[in-house]
Design a protein around this ligand. Structure first.
Ligand code: SP5
Ligand code: ZN
Length: 343
């Protein structure tokens, strides 16, 4: 059995075209075809599609700096009007805190300098439909959260671009707005605290971790490839960041089903007793995914679903990464099937 899934065609409008890595422009991996492949697999298995309900910016601004939201809303329009040599918004100079002695940096008059106030990498490009798609993804996640707040046991937000790498005021990692964090924050007043986020994307959910750090009302757990072994987001995701409200389980490159499922079980245990669960569902830990060295099978994604579903907590599933177009649909379906089975 599959949960209802929330879908918006507007999420397809973001076409990053490329990612700049080590100074080189390469083909993007976070493409619209990802979402279409997932939807195709869901429909083939008889899942019910739900249209997103438009939400105002209040839930979004509970999580993000208004200046980041305003930048993302206007970045493409300003960039395209400036006749620059790049067809995508890309940073070239970064407003690192020490540069201004910790004082707030000026808002640059040069349009081409502004991305450096909000971007923390060169891989996350902004084009004509990026804002519309990222904002639609927030509505998709909020609508899935509404379904669960209104009594559904599980609902799935089939959204892109992903969000878990975005902090309060910085975007990166192919993410622009933190859909998972917005969903978790929107649940809080309706279900009470704590709400738990369990992030099983292959990469550390650094944005979500930093957003809720030190609060205690949202527990964050992340299972991911060890950043200390050279993997994105490189600067975070270590065990040393763990406390009562945050659990990182970094895994060695090459980790397969047994090690990964044991880590997922630890994360589930950490979330036990929460009033609601948000699963940040990246399926890029799968063997064959081009963006991670973890070696997880589809059967284990199903088992991860059963483990998390076994908590018996109302659950919102938000799509994060997963880049193997040939298997992304079956991986998501396996996870959602497992989640619903346990209920
Ligand atoms: C949401 C999500 O899964 N974001 C992960 C972004 C991590 N990207 C790191 C890319 C590192 C360099 N990739 C080089 C391969 C060229 N395609
Ligand atoms: Zn990822």
């Amino acid at each position: 059995m599959l949960p209802p899934f929330v879908w918006s065609d507007v999420c397809l409008r973001h076409e990053p075209a490329a990612e700049v890595w080590v100074g080189v422009r390469m083909p993007a991996t976070e493409v619209p075809a990802r979402a279409l492949a997932i939807r195709k697999a869901l429909v083939a298995d008889g899942a019910t599609e739900v249209a997103p309900v438009p939400h105002d910016d209040s839930a979004l601004l509970a999580v993000h700096d208004p200046a980041l939201v305003e930048f993302l809303r206007t970045a493409w329009g300003e960039w395209s009007a400036a006749s620059l040599p790049s067809d995508r918004v890309v940073p070239y100079v970064f407003a690192r805190g020490e540069l201004t002695g910790g004082r707030p940096p000026a808002l640059p008059t040069a349009v081409w300098a502004r991305p450096g106030l909000f971007a923390y990498d060169t891989m996350t490009l902004i084009g004509p439909g990026t804002w519309e798609a990222a904002r639609a993804a927030v509505d998709v996640a909020l609508t899935a959260a509404d379904l669960v707040a209104d009594g559904a046991r599980v609902a799935y937000a089939c959204c892109r671009p992903p969000g878990h790498h975005v902090t309060r005021s910085l975007y990166g990692g192919s993410c622009y707005l933190n859909n998972t964090a917005v969903a978790a924050a929107s649940l809080l007043p309706r279900v009470g605290d704590p709400v738990a986020v369990v992030d099983i994307d292959a990469h550390h959910g650094n944005g979500t971790q930093e957003l809720f750090l030190g609060r205690g009302d949202v527990l964050t757990a992340s299972v991911h490839v060890d950043p200390g072994a050279g993997w994105f987001p490189h600067f975070l995701g270590f065990e040393s960041e763990n406390d009562e409200a945050n659990l990182n389980v970094p895994l060695a490159p090459g980790t397969g089903d047994d090690g990964w499922l044991a880590a997922v079980a630890r994360a589930a245990e950490f979330a036990a007793g929460a009033r609601a669960l948000v699963v940040a569902l990246g399926v890029d830990a799968a063997a064959g995914d081009p963006e991670s060295p973890l070696q997880v099978t589809a059967a284990s994604y199903g088992e991860a679903g059963r483990i998390l579903g076994g908590l018996g907590i109302p659950t919102v599933v938000v799509q994060e990464g997963g880049y193997d177009l040939a298997t992304i649909g079956e991986l998501v379906v396996a996870t959602l099937d497992g989640l619903c089975e346990a209920g």
